[in-house]
Ligand binder design. Structure first.
Ligand SMILES: [Zn+2]
Ligand SMILES: [Zn+2]
Length: 244
């Protein structure tokens, strides 16, 4: 393999199909999904609002649940059903999606045990067991714990894309987006004050020239450049005060 990330085509560590930035994004998504659950459950019932008189009423009674939320929280198939006319609501629900990936991962995960003769046997796992139960939160934790292994499998990008798609569906319902945090040091490449950290991103990226820095690289760059910038600002301030 060529050590290129299947998602962003940047350099990936040896033996991995995802770079550390894309693996980190998946890690934050698996921690984010459980945080949406209370809001998703609250969103299950449609907001019916006041009754309307007159001719603008509905032809049918409203459904007692919001379909797009039920699609996420309900039971369902691990594989998306064929939808040739495009009239089905969207995709695989959360729980089967997460459990499906856990089963898939466990089927390839080497399990080491001693047989009755004391010989070490290395075999695939029989199945995933989440010690904290079988909830969506438990499967998110399970997958998160095995992410370093998942990143070494050729299907890692499929898992990434499905988690990304399901999180986009969730965020559309809960009206949330990852927060952006502008950084105070200028970009080391283009000098613009355009470096931004985003909640689910490992790298700090420049919005002007798309340079990426790891948190350590940013901290080093900031420690180097900020004292000089502060001294410059003080000098300009003193000159302006003297001229006034
Ligand atoms: Zn990547
Ligand atoms: Zn830049």
């Amino acid at each position: 393999m060529d050590n290129t990330c299947d998602i962003c085509h940047q350099h990936a560590p040896a033996g991995c199909y995802l770079c550390e930035g894309c693996a980190y994004r998946m890690h934050t998504w698996l921690r984010e999904i459980p945080r949406h659950l209370p809001l998703l459950r609250d969103s299950l019932r449609p907001d019916t609002g006041p009754a309307q008189r007159g001719g603008s009423g509905r032809a049918h009674s409203p459904l007692p649940v919001r379909i797009e939320v039920l699609d996420l929280l309900g039971p369902g198939h691990v594989v998306a059903l064929p939808d040739p006319h495009g009239d089905q609501s969207v995709g695989v629900p959360l729980a089967p999606l997460l459990y499906g990936w856990a089963r898939y991962l466990a089927a390839e995960l080497p399990s080491v045990r001693l047989d009755e003769h004391g010989t070490v046997r290395i075999e695939p796992c029989t199945g995933p067991v989440a010690r904290r139960g079988s909830s969506i939160t438990a499967w998110c934790s399970w997958l998160d714990a095995y992410l370093p292994y998942a990143a070494t499998r050729p299907w890692a990008a499929d898992m990434y894309e499905q988690l990304e798609a399901v999180l986009q569906r969730i965020r559309r319902i809960t009206h949330t987006a990852p927060r952006r945090h502008p950084k105070d040091a200028p970009c080391p490449s283009c000098s613009a004050f355009a470096l931004v950290a985003v909640d689910d991103e490992w790298h700090i990226s420049c919005q002007a020239c798309s340079v990426r820095l790891t948190p350590d690289e940013y901290a080093e760059h900031r420690a180097r450049i900020m004292p000089a910038l502060a001294a410059l600002a003080l000098r300009i301030g003193a000159q302006q005060a003297a001229a006034a």
